[in-house]
Write a protein that binds this ligand. Structure first.
Ligand code: PEP
Ligand code: MN
Length: 339
């Protein structure tokens, strides 16, 4: 159930509804919107009697939510949510660009890429310190040392740091050194990790699982939000199909599908979504054209020598070219995407 407040409802009236929800033993999730505040309710094992709320001051209506998710839905928050990461944002008017190497390999490598990312005007730097690799013998990342390099990059360039946490201890570390927690495709249904991220003060970039349906992906976001962290950005990074011409099949149709049901911003990862350098720019253009709020792109100063995902990494020059192109597309898109 969700409680829709009247347009002019006061903070005290919202607080009173929250109190009633807590007294019933449930959790209240107030979401202020442009026109009115709605309050989501979770933790109720069965339907709630709307009469608990209908006569409270400031309440417009108590609405049953029939969908499996209660907090990611547009029913709760009709406008697209803008996720703020310090003074940068994802989901606002500006196209968000998150760029950097797959993995932090060395200080020299990370700084060389970060310099180009900064020069492009992007606000976010990505780079894995903990890498979820298919083989246990492949490069696993530099661990905390990689995070220290990322923190130096943040200080030197003012870029917001987006980096993956593989487990709960990893979230503690990302909270210490980073600005946004990435939850990888392989971890999308690691429910203890999702709940831990839900208790974090940092926003979360939630990648779609390799074989996740839209509902499964949104319910993973719901895990995070149900713990009180509403700052979730979805990331389409390609799914496993029978296709052999790409590493994954980038499901761009999921962008308008997300838009139709959820207020959360969504970004596209054309790097993992194709696995091939020569396809990345084309799919990045398409991702922006289909209405993504941003891109996450892998870039390397020397892709041939990359310790992970070199085949899909853009060179610094290719990256610079991509940014110019996708910004131009986003400009043209603006009247359609601003609601
Ligand atoms: C990554 O971003 O480098 C990564 C491991 O992504 P994914 O979880 O989408 O495979
Ligand atoms: Mn990668």
């Amino acid at each position: 159930m969700l409680i829709v407040m009247k347009a002019g409802a006061t903070n005290e009236e919202v607080d009173a509804v929250v109190r009633v929800i807590s007294e019933l033993g449930y959790r209240a999730h107030p979401m202020p919107g442009a026109a009115r505040t709605a309050i989501g309710i979770t933790g109720n094992p069965s339907a709630i009697d709307p009469s608990h709320f209908e006569n409270l001051p400031g309440v417009a209506e108590a609405v049953r939510v029939s969908k499996p998710y209660k907090l990611v839905t547009l029913d709760l928050h009709a406008e697209k949510t803008v996720i703020r990461v310090g003074d940068a944002a994802i989901g606002g008017d500006e196209l968000a660009i998150i760029a950097g190497p797959c993995a932090i390999e060395s200080r020299g490598q990370a700084f060389a890429v970060a310099e180009a990312v900064r020069r492009s005007g992007a606000r976010f730097f990505r780079g894995g310190a903990f890498k979820p690799r298919t083989s246990p013998y492949a490069f696993q990342g530099l661990g905390e040392e990689g995070l220290r390099i990322l923190a130096e990059i943040r200080d030197a360039y003012g870029l917001k740091i987006v980096t993956e946490a593989l487990d709960e201890a990893g979230v503690d570390l990302v909270e210490r050194y980073g600005d946004m927690i990435q939850i990888g495709a392989r971890s999308m249904q690691n429910f203890t990790l999702l709940r831990r991220a839900g208790k974090s003060r940092l926003p979360v970039l939630l990648k779609r699982g390799l074989s996740a349906t839209l509902d499964e992906w949104l319910l993973a976001a719901e895990y995070i939000m149900s713990e009180g962290n509403y700052q979730v950005v979805l990331c389409e990074r390609g799914i496993r199909t029978f296709s052999q011409h790409t590493r994954n099949t980038l499901d761009l149709a999921v962008i308008p599908a997300v838009r139709r049901v959820s207020h959360l911003p969504v970004v596209v990862d054309p790097s993992h979504g194709t696995g091939k350098n020569y396809m990345v720019t084309a799919l990045a253009r398409a991702g922006v054209a289909v209405g993504a709020d941003g891109l996450i792109v892998e870039v390397h100063n020397s892709p041939d020598q990359a310790l992970s995902d070199g085949a899909q990494a853009l060179t610094l020059e290719q990256y610079e070219q991509l940014v110019g192109e996708v910004r131009a597309i986003h400009e043209v898109m603006m009247p359609a995407t601003v609601t």
